[in-house]
Write a protein that binds this ligand. Structure first.
Ligand code: DQA
Length: 144
């Protein structure tokens, strides 16, 4: 079963950007880790990243149209993008599962990160476990 693993803005800078918050692993490391975790769970991870709101919205539409569950790290869009929220809502509205993930724990950080506009329309949220947040999300989708 294929799952989308969608990453929003600045996550292409993993490894370089605030390593004390996000760790030293790069997006390439994240991609290979997700592919391996997914394979071990009997899933196939299609890992993508964009800085572009319209692109990530289009990927969520694709999830609906292809009936594909998704893991979504909306990055900063988490906190203010109603466009992303409305796209995410379409995924769960049709009965697909969408797991919101964060590498860091946004609740332990600045106040502007305490609000997720995506959380209320996600199936569930996993945050604060580093890259393991993605492994846990994939496990949830696999039912493992
Ligand atoms: C993040 C947390 C967000 O607040 C931040 O804007 C990010 C990454 C995380 O994975 O911890 O870009 O989603």
């Amino acid at each position: 079963t294929r799952v989308l693993v969608l990453n929003g803005p600045n996550l292409g800078r993993l490894g370089v950007r605030e390593p004390e918050v996000y760790g030293h692993a790069t997006l390439a490391d994240l991609r290979s880790a997700c592919e391996e975790w997914a394979a071990a769970l009997g899933l196939e991870a299609d890992v993508r990243q964009t800085d572009d709101e319209s692109e990530i919205v289009a990927w969520l539409h694709e999830a609906v149209d292809t009936r594909t569950d998704a893991v979504l790290n909306p990055a900063a869009f988490t906190h203010y993008s109603y466009a992303l929220r409305d796209a995410a809502a379409q995924v769960t509205d049709v009965g697909l599962r969408l797991v919101e993930v964060h590498i860091s724990n946004p609740y332990a950080r600045e106040a502007f990160r305490h609000l997720s506009v995506v959380g209320p329309v996600a199936t569930g949220t996993i945050a604060g476990f580093g890259l393991d947040s993605y492994r846990l999300a994939l496990s949830a989708l696999a039912g493992a």
